[in-house]
Structure formats: structure tokens, C-alpha cells
Design a protein around this ligand. Structure first.
Ligand code: NAD
Length: 319
């Protein structure tokens, strides 16, 4: 399939082994890694993507009047959202993306929010727009997303971009599933013909992940909170992706020996982020496993930067 689902790394980066981590295996050969319960770390992959994005922006600078611009709209004062927005801003600055944030009070009405989006839609110095979710008024979310110009929809949530992904002609893909594809590509995890089970069916992670896997010719099963006998289904997975937000949802008996396990979930336990996976017992059984924190998380922002660059190049005709 075309575009970003093919993998940023496949197109732009060389494949090198990851360093050793916390006493677990060195991923030098895929066969070796599969026997060792090695950890899949997001940061080395994220660092490479960021470096590539930064170099490409520097290369394009003489050809464009403005650098890429990303507008982030934050409604309300949720502390976690404020941290995410700050992290995105810092990441943008480091690679040469001009980042503009608009903070709106939590009682902002829909018209004001749409007006703000419209302003950025019309601004030729802005190439990517995202509305930080969740909104204090969740009933405004669908309209807000639909109001973002599809070319600038760097979260990939606009119905047109969802349809493009559905059709197998992706333009901007949500950054978490796109990041997971990069991680798997770097580690040469075969997707075609693999049995992939995804736990969690959200529009942000589970569903786009399923479509990406399907387009890579995996046999895909999506599970959710109404799925009966989750363990029997998850045990069939060569690649198990869990995106729920429930501590220890995935226990060792739910994992096929040698499976690749991707833990997207984040739950705060006594101020500490933990994933969905019962980490130690599953690490003994899986061939590759993403830790939380340090696994999928760092990739999400890196792919947002890659999406912003892609939107910039597309809008300016530099693609
Ligand atoms: P969501 O709440 O929109 O969706 C959760 C999904 O889990 C739903 O489909 C629901 O049916 C399913 N579910 C709930 N309980 C279940 C159970 N007991 N068994 C099976 N399925 C169950 O969440 P989301 O936005 O997709 O996020 C999921 C998790 O991933 C959250 O913890 C979130 O914080 C995390 N997340 C992490 C990143 C990252 O960068 N690491 C990015 C996005 C989301």
C-alpha cells in the first residue's frame, strides 16, 4: 500500500539493532530477539524519525517561504492535556517546526472553537492543526474534527482521512498506530500472514491499527469490552496490540509463546504510568514486548512531527 503506512523507516531510515535495555536481550537479529523476550524501545526509533524530520525540514528551507507550522488548540485546563501540549511544542521546536498553541477556556462555546479552527485553516503559515482531546464538552469533538481542513489534519481523525485509510490510500494516519508500524518495521517483524489481535476498538488507536494491519495483509481480530473469552482469542496472536487502559488486563496465559506484544495502554498507579500488560510474566513468554513507559509513547509525538512534515510538503507541492 502507499504512503505513510508503508513505514517512515522503510522509506527513510536504515535498520540498526537497538541497544541493550535493563538486562534484556540485544536485538541484533530478529530470530535471536524472538528467543530472548527482548524489549522494544520507542525512543531510539523516535530519535531517528525526529532526526530525519529535522534534516528534511532544513533541506526544504531554501524552497519555502515559511517553515512548517503546527497549531495546537487546547480547551480547558486539564493538567495532563497541558503536559501533552507542552511536550508537542518542545518536540516541534527541536526539529524546526513552528508551533503555535491557542488556549481556550473550558466554557468555550462551539462557535468560538470552530472560529479558531477556521482561522488556522486559512493561515498559510500553518500546515498542521490538532485539537487536543478530550474536550471538556465531548459533544463538540466530532464537529471540531470535521472542521479541520483535511490536508492539515495531522491527527488523521477527519472523516476524509479515515476514509482514505479505510480505502488503503492513506494520507495522514493517526500517530500511535503509525508509530507501532514503524517499530515493527524496524525490528523486521513480519505482518503479512500473521495473526494480529488488537484489544481496544477506539477511533484513535484500535480501529486505525486494525486497518493498517489489514492493509499489510495480516489476519486481524479486534476485541473490546464486550468480547467473550478474550484469552482464547489473544492466545492466537502472533502480534498482540493492547490499547485499553486497564492495568494487568493481559496476563501471561493470554499470550502465545514467542508472540510480539505491543502495550499502548496507560494507567496512572500512584503517579506512575503502567500499561495493560502484566509485564514480568508476559516478558518471559513474549519474544518482543514494549515497556510502559518507554515503548509506544515516544513514537506518538515523533509521528505527529512526521505527519506535520508530510502535510507541509503536500500543501506546498514539495511531496
Ligand atoms: P478508549 O477508552 O477510547 O478505548 C478503549 C477500548 O478498550 C474500547 O474499545 C473498549 O471497548 C476497550 N475495553 C475496555 N475495557 C476492556 C476490557 N476489559 N477488555 C477488552 N477491551 C476493553 O481508549 P483509547 O483512546 O483507545 O486509549 C486506550 C489506552 O491507550 C489508554 O490507556 C490511553 O491512555 C492509551 N494511549 C496511549 C497512547 C500512547 O502514545 N502510548 C496513545 C493513545 C492512547
Amino acid at each position: 500500500m502507499g504512503s505513510i503506512c508503508e513505514g517512515w523507516i522503510n522509506r527513510h531510515l536504515t535498520r540498526r539493532p537497538l541497544p541493550q535495555y535493563a538486562g534484556r536481550g540485544v536485538v541484533e537479529k530478529p530470530e535471536q530477539a524472538r528467543a530472548m523476550g527482548a524489549l522494544l524501545l520507542g525512543k531510539p526509533v523516535s530519535d531517528r524519525i525526529r532526526t530525519e524530520v529535522g534534516s528534511e525540514i532544513a533541506r526544504l528551507a531554501p524552497h519555502a517561504a515559511y517553515p512548517p507550522g503546527l497549531a495546537v488548540i487546547l480547551v480547558g485546563n486539564d493538567p495532563a492535556s497541558a503536559v501533552y501540549v507542552r511536550n508537542k511544542q518542545r518536540a516541534c521546536e527541536k526539529v524546526g517546526i513552528r508551533s503555535v498553541s491557542r488556549l481556550l477556556p473550558s466554557d468555550t462555546d462551539e462557535q468560538t472553537l470552530l472560529g479558531c479552527i477556521e482561522e488556522f485553516n486559512d493561515d498559510s503559515r500553518i500546515h498542521g492543526i490538532l485539537v487536543q482531546l478530550p474536550l471538556p464538552s465531548p459533544e463538540h469533538e466530532a464537529t471540531a474534527i470535521e472542521s479541520i481542513a483535511p490536508l492539515k489534519d495531522v491527527d488523521g481523525f477527519h472523516p476524509l482521512n479515515v476514509a482514505k485509510l479505510f480505502e488503503g490510500q492513506p494520507y495522514l494516519v493517526p500517530s500511535t498506530p503509525a508509530g507501532i508500524l514503524e517499530l515493527l518495521a524496524l525490528h523486521q517483524v513480519p505482518i503479512a500472514n500473521s495473526r494480529v489481535v488488537i484489544i481496544g476498538a477506539s477511533n484513535i488507536v484500535g480501529k486505525p491499527m486494525a486497518l493498517c494491519m489489514l492493509h499489510h495483509n495480516a489476519v486481524v481480530t479486534i476485541c473490546h469490552k464486550y468480547t467473550r473469552d478474550l484469552a482464547a482469542i489473544s492466545r492466537e496472536a502472533d502480534i498482540l496490540v493492547t490499547a485499553v487502559g486497564k492495568q494487568k488486563l493481559v496476563t501471561a496465559d493470554m499470550v502465545k509463546p514467542g508472540a510480539v506484544v505491543i502495550d499502548v495502554g496507560i494507567t496512572l498507579v500512584e503517579g506512575r504510568a503502567v500499561g495493560d500488560v502484566d509485564f514480568e510474566p508476559v516478558a518471559e513468554k513474549a519474544s518482543l514486548l514494549t515497556p510502559v513507559p518507554g515503548g509506544v509513547g515516544p513514537l506518538t509525538i515523533a509521528l505527529l512531527l512526521a505527519n506535520t512534515l508530510k502535510a507541509y510538503k503536500t500543501i506546498l507541492g514539495l511531496a
